[in-house]
Structures are given as structure tokens and as C-alpha cells.
Unconditional design. Structure first.
Lengths: 248, 65
């Protein structure tokens, strides 16, 4: 049941034919894991909290730094030096005190991941490194939950949706087979335009809500160029020799 | 054969399947390849033949977030 306050809070989206009270209840009963609360995790968690997704689990081990504030819109000057997940929880609960926010102030590892993935309906990858991206992918595939993956650097953004709803569903490693590499190209070394994180993070939140409402998700990859505003979309299919898919 | 590779039209004389193009361009891992907006799984790269005018995209993963 939705309370009167909730009906008012969510009225503008409950007007949508695809949502209504039934859809809003689905969101309220949903649990999602957000891996990384930086540039992408900020808009993702703000939108999912505002939209009334019932339980958000945030995992990140970093602390808020001054150089984060250019793009990580969850944080304010008074959060400097604080744990990101704790500061994020304060911001999100101030926005919506009718949802639950749980925080894990750790790096996602194979030791803590299983326990988190078995508690949720969907995972959003908002991390900043390939090791975490491949780990999130393996766990999402193993637990058969949809993975909405976002990434951004300089003026480029990428969104990938992996439904993980059947044995035929492709995964991140089908798309980008894992290779040994020592790549250090991330936001710290190459920079990133602030709003590109809002573009990709908002698309992630939008895709997540679609999935939580029970709409079927298509395996797709989108690349967005912030300089030209061009967007390209590709349909994904499984790689029958994918190492990760074969392990499951 | 004329192909559009990452948005640029180019002429290739010795290209047959997708893998031959990737080898010619010396594509560096990690990457994904798509032909006419359809992702091509790696194991099909040496099977799928390219045709005149095909749009090929070679995509590199971004890790930042």
C-alpha cells in the first residue's frame, strides 16, 4: 500500500499509464545495488531515490575530495573528507525519507559481493575501473539479475544493458573480452566533462526503472558523444565462447 | 571495397571477413566490433563477410565513472 504522502510525492509519475499505483508499488518493493557513488552513482542514486525505489544499497570505499565536486553532484562542501556512501545516504535520505538507504563502505570484492547481489533485483555499475566492472558482470550473471552499466571519460559516455534473463543473454565480457592490461585511463588521468555523467547516469536510472517496472530490457550498447551530441546504438548478442558465460 | 569505419569512408582492397579488417587496422584490445549497428561476437569475426558500404564501428570500453 502507498501512504497518502507517497501518493502525493509520486503523483507526477503515477499519472503515467505505464506506472500508476501498481507500478509505484513495484518500485517501492524493489531493491537495487549501486556500485560506486561517484560521477555516475550520483545522478543514478538521486533519480532512483526521488522516483521511490524502495531500497538502495550503495557500495564505495572512497572519501569525498574537493576534485570530486565538479561532477559528483551528491556531495557538497560540508561533506569533504567524509565517507562517500555515508554522505550520499544523508543527501538521499534528505531527498526522500520514505525509502531505505543501506551503505557499505568497502571496495566490492569477490568476498563481499555474493552477499550483496543476493539481496537485490538489479545492479547498476557506476564504478571507475575494469576489475570492478568484470567482477560486477560475473556476479550479475551468476545471480541472474539485470546489469545496467555506465561509463564516461572526457566527452564520451557509454551505456550497456545486460538483461541476464536467459542463457542467451550476453554479458559485458561477451562485448569486451577480458584481456590482460594495465590501463590507467580513467577520470583521474584523462579528465571528464561534468554533464556527460548526468547524461549517462540518467539513462542508467531510466533503464533501471523500466526493468524494475517489469518491462523487458533489450541487450544494447549506446555510445554518446558530448561534443557532437551524436548517439549510436548497437544490439548485443552472446559470444558463444565467452569465458564468463561458460563458467555459469 | 568501400567501407565506413568509425564514421569515415575508406577503400580497402584486401578485406574479406571482419577479422581481416581488424587485422589490417591493427585493432588494439580491448575492443568490440559492430557492423551496421549489430554487434559481432568475437567468434564470428572470421566468418562474417563484409559487403560494399557496410558501416563498421570499432568500440573501446571506457572504465571511468
Amino acid at each position: 500500500m502507498l501512504s497518502d504522502k507517497e501518493k502525493i510525492r509520486y503523483s507526477r509519475q503515477m499519472m503515467l499509464q505505464d506506472i500508476g499505483e501498481t507500478g509505484q508499488l513495484k518500485l517501492k518493493n524493489s531493491r537495487v545495488l549501486i556500485v560506486g557513488v561517484g560521477g555516475l552513482g550520483s545522478p543514478v542514486s538521486l533519480y532512483l531515490a526521488a522516483a521511490g525505489v524502495g531500497k538502495l544499497i550503495l557500495i564505495d570505499q572512497d572519501k569525498v575530495e574537493l576534485s570530486n565536486l565538479q561532477r559528483q553532484i551528491l556531495y557538497k562542501v560540508n561533506h569533504l573528507g567524509q565517507s562517500k556512501v555515508r554522505a550520499a545516504a544523508k543527501t538521499l535520505q534528505a531527498l526522500n525519507n520514505q525509502i531505505e538507504v543501506h551503505v557499505v563502505e568497502q571496495l566490492l570484492t569477490s568476498d563481499n559481493a555474493d552477499d550483496l547481489f543476493c539481496q537485490v533485483d538489479l545492479v547498476l555499475d557506476c564504478s571507475d575501473n575494469f576489475d570492478t566492472r568484470y567482477l560486477v558482470n560475473t556476479l550479475a550473471k551468476k545471480h541472474r539479475i539485470p546489469l545496467i552499466s555506465g561509463a564516461a571519460m572526457q566527452q564520451q559516455g557509454q551505456l550497456a544493458i545486460f538483461p541476464n534473463d536467459s542463457a542467451l543473454s550476453p554479458c559485458y565480457a561477451c562485448l569486451f573480452p577480458k584481456v590482460k592490461q594495465d590501463s590507467v585511463q580513467n577520470c583521474s588521468t584523462l579528465g571528464v566533462m561534468s554533464p556527460i555523467l548526468g547524461v549517462i547516469g540518467s539513462m542508467q536510472a531510466n533503464a533501471a526503472i523500466n526493468g524494475l517496472l517489469g518491462k523487458s530490457l533489450d541487450a544494447t550498447f549506446i555510445q554518446f558523444n558530448g561534443e557532437t551530441m551524436a548517439q549510436q546504438q548497437f544490439n548485443l548478442t552472446k559470444n558463444s565462447r565467452c569465458d564468463v558465460c561458460q563458467e555459469q | 571495397m568501400k567501407l565506413i569505419v568509425n564514421g569515415e569512408q575508406k577503400e580497402f582492397s584486401e578485406v574479406t571477413h571482419v577479422l581481416s579488417l581488424l587485422n589490417l587496422l591493427e585493432a588494439q584490445e580491448p575492443y568490440a566490433v559492430a557492423v551496421n549497428a549489430q554487434f559481432v561476437p568475437r567468434e564470428q569475426c572470421d566468418v562474417l563477410l563484409l559487403n560494399e558500404g557496410d558501416q563498421v564501428e570499432i568500440l573501446s570500453p571506457i572504465q571511468g565513472g
